[in-house]
Design a protein around this ligand. Sequence first.
Ligand code: NAP
Length: 250
Amino acid sequence: MLILGGTTEGRLLSERLGADLRYQTLLSYAGRTERPLLPDTPHRVGGFGGAEGLARFLREGRFDALIDATHPFAARISHNAVIAAAHSDTPLLRLTRPAWQAQPGDRWTLVTSMEEAALALGQPPRRVFLTVGRLEIAAFQRAPQHDYLVRAVDAFDPALPRARVLTARGPFALEDELALLQRESIDVLVSKNAGTQATYAKLQAARTLALPVVMVARPHVPPAEECDTLEGVLRWLTHLHDEARKKRGA
Ligand code: NAP
């Protein structure tokens, strides 16, 4: 099966299935990060050339299943996966992470785009902890009055007049997040609703310090069969495997 990855879940899934003799997996990365954490299991790096390219890849590789384990903000590849699965007649399962929900004490402003997030910071200059992707920083050029602390896996030039980049890779611990927010005198956080445990501590830290958070909602992706645990994927694959055996026996 082909696993669309770029996430911890994708890597864990390929490692889990790699140990099961019934399955052969190929984990696919877009190739965005300079130092990806690559698994010991088979993998490839680079785009497919749109939905048609992915459909061709599935057909030519004679894949029996496609698992979309990409990040909830990677909307284009998830969209392409739905189209490619339909065009190549490949069963598709999306491995999702449940979105974070605001808890008592959270001070979230919900927005639906990076542009809206930049506006939600308001006019007076603030010290902003910006945990969005490198490609999404451009939206904050419309709010250049703020001091930004940008956290990213790889160093890059944020092209903002008052920004510093802090390179780090999660998971992050609550005590470290608390120390960071206090040391940097952060006034407000901007976060995507990624839903992963690995980066949840910054929201707990914001709650503890009563700091506001501008929370960017997930982009829309077309419906697909979904599950939110590795066990769910294994059950789905067992079902596919049993169905295929039944068909062969028939
Ligand atoms: P995107 O906007 O949905 O996809 C843009 C293009 O990148 C796709 O059309 C596809 O190119 C290629 N692509 C994306 N994921 C791929 C994969 N797993 N294997 C092969 N090609 C892939 O994606 P994105 O937001 O740039 O994210 C890129 C990757 O980083 C994803 O795999 C995602 O899981 C990971 N990631 C994203 C975020 C985020 O916040 N967006 C955060 C953490 C990790 P073609 O059309 O040429 O096939």
